[in-house]
Design a protein around this ligand. Structure first.
Ligand code: PEP
Ligand code: MN
Length: 297
């Protein structure tokens, strides 16, 4: 059986895989080069890691504009905000739709940041492309192949989240649909997977991030907000993500998280976001050593 190990650094040559066909040659082939995905004037996958931040859902002009200003001041370079929300229950807030897209665009333009927002349906591709610089394929849509084929033709930068129950191979194979359809502007995003342990919302697969960085030329980022579901863990897990080689992080921020219409428990306040940015800049803890002169024997 073909698995993510055997296809690792291959260039799609079936012979290398014992005759099996490589499931994601364009995603993993040629992994010695690095692809930089430009979102507006922001390069993802270059020397510096990038921080994308903003509310889970766009709720109002005041909410998204205040958040845009706060995250920009603290060092974020791309504004996030959901207008079409994939909610577990149909009774939960579903997003403001086109109005949300317009408010996000307005806030991004006001502070000079490109914007990323989720696309849930094939029907909405044109309108979302019109308002956003980058389109997020959410975890629940990772294998919506009809949507992926349409997004491949759009040519827009795609933030491609890993499904909560997807293996690395399934994730990369689904990303292959975008490249195969002609769109190489793909940023992979690990956002936590389902495991036996329910202590947190999901389990952040950091080793998977390191593995995928080895396997692909595409940028890889981490979403510690959805991965943990817990505000107090965002800063440390974001730092760990950068430490294992992630090209950036995407985090949720809200002016008053306790009043958020979605994902309040994992949303940072403005102050906590600034603290996270400082923590990301600070050096990683030194390794203790005795620093003694070695005595030659
Ligand atoms: C989100 O970014 O708000 C979101 C719903 O993400 P995910 O698809 O990873 O659950
Ligand atoms: Mn969310």
């Amino acid at each position: 059986m073909l698995d993510s190990w055997t296809v690792g650094k291959s260039n799609g040559n079936a012979a290398k895989n014992g005759g099996a066909k490589d499931a994601h040659p364009l995603v993993t082939g040629n992994s010695d080069r690095r692809t930089i995905v430009w979102v507006g004037d922001v390069p993802i996958g270059g020397i510096d890691a990038v921080v994308m931040a903003g509310p889970c859902s766009v709720e109002s002009r005041e909410q998204v504009t205040a958040t845009a200003l706060a995250v920009k001041r603290a060092g974020a370079v791309i504004l996030r905000g959901g207008a079409y929300k994939p909610r577990t229950s149909p009774y939960d807030f579903q997003g403001l739709g086109v109005e949300g897209l317009m408010l996000l665009r307005e806030a991004g333009d006001a502070v000079g940041m490109p914007v990323v927002t989720e696309i849930m349906s094939e029907e909405d591709v044109d309108v979302v492309c019109e308002h956003a610089d980058m389109l997020q394929v959410g975890a629940r849509n990772m294998q919506n192949f009809a949507l992926l084929k349409k997004l491949a033709r759009s040519g827009k930068p795609i933030l491609f989240k890993r499904g909560p129950s997807a293996t690395v191979k399934e994730w990369l194979s689904a990303a292959e649909y975008l490249l195969h359809g002609g769109n190489e502007n793909v940023v992979l995003c690990e956002r936590g997977i389902k495991t036996f342990d329910h202590s947190l919302r999901n389990t952040l697969d950091l080793a998977g991030v390191a593995l995928v960085k080895e396997m692909t030329h595409l940028p890889v980022v981490v979403d510690p907000s959805h991965a943990t579901g817990k505000r107090s863990l965002i800063s440390s897990t974001a730092k760990a993500a950068v430490a294992v080689g992630a090209d950036g992080v995407i985090v949720e921020v809200h002016p008053e998280p306790e009043k958020a219409w979605s994902d309040g428990a994992q949303s940072l306040t403005f102050d906590l976001f600034s603290e996270m940015m400082r923590n990301l800049q600070a050096p990683i803890r030194a390794i203790y050593s005795k620093r003694e002169q070695l005595v030659s024997v």
